[in-house]
Design a protein around this ligand. Structure first.
Ligand code: SAM
Length: 220
């Protein structure tokens, strides 16, 4: 059987999953992430969830094809609704908008458990997600950006600590990204372009545009 090796954004998600953890992959689609993690031996088992039957079927087919039907369960689930706290250690939610990821977390209050690790990869509105995490007692453990097929993405891992972190617009945009790292600057430059366009109609955004511009310039 061939080796499934995720690249780019999914590879970064895989890096942030803890060795030996029981995984829930929410919005699994093709199921490649849990398959690759079980195949590499990094995790013992996973629950691959999707809200739509068609992607779930494609995950089931891939899981069977790679020989992991014993280790990876599939579940039709809106977010984490069909998953219980005692079944999983780490949760990946990748390839969805930041607002949807936030809503999935709000609907599953049991994720507010410091022992759980959340690995999140928002496609849009990463700043709204980070603001919600900080204002609801989560800390970002790791965050990085990656260039994948010509586009920049960010992935973060987080857990509940109870501590509320005050979050201004700049903090929400930058999170824990290291501005000295090239991909982080690429990702934030793209955010800056979007903000710049938005600020033409929303003048209140101008201070954060300027703050981010200066920080990126200094870090170059
Ligand atoms: C773009 S795919 C991402 C697939 C994979 N996670 C990745 O990052 O490559 C998004 C998947 O999320 C699923 N999805 C959307 N909303 C969902 C929800 N509320 N709960 C579970 N799955 C959801 C979709 O059906 C789709 O299969």
């Amino acid at each position: 059987m061939s080796i499934l090796k995720p690249k780019g954004r999914l590879s970064l998600c895989a890096d942030y999953v803890r060795e030996g953890s029981r995984l829930a992959d929410i919005g699994t689609d093709h199921g490649y992430l849990p398959i690759a993690l079980c195949q590499s031996g990094k995790i013992p088992s996973a629950i691959a969830c999707d809200i739509n039957p068609l992607p779930l079927r494609s995950a089931q087919e891939n899981i069977a094809k790679f020989g992991f039907s014993e280790k990876i369960q599939t579940r039709l689930s809106d977010g984490l609704k069909e998953v219980s706290s005692d079944e999983v250690d780490d949760i990946v939610i990748a390839g969805m908008g930041g607002e949807l990821i936030r809503d999935i977390l709000i609907a599953a209050p049991w994720v507010k458990d410091g022992a759980k690790r959340l690995v999140l990869q928002p496609m849009t509105h990463h700043d709204d997600l980070i603001r919600w995490l900080y204002e609801n007692g989560f800390a970002i453990i790791q965050q990085a950006a990656v260039l994948d097929d010509g586009k920049y993405y960010t992935v973060l891992s987080t857990h509940f600590t109870r501590k509320i972190t005050p979050c201004d617009p700049y903090t929400a945009l930058v999170g824990k990204l290291d501005l000295h790292e090239e991909n982080s600057r690429g990702f934030l430059n793209r955010s800056l372009q979007n903000l710049h366009n938005k600020s033409k109609g929303e003048k209140s955004l101008l201070p954060v545009v300027q703050q981010l511009e200066e920080a990126l310039h200094e870090a170059e």
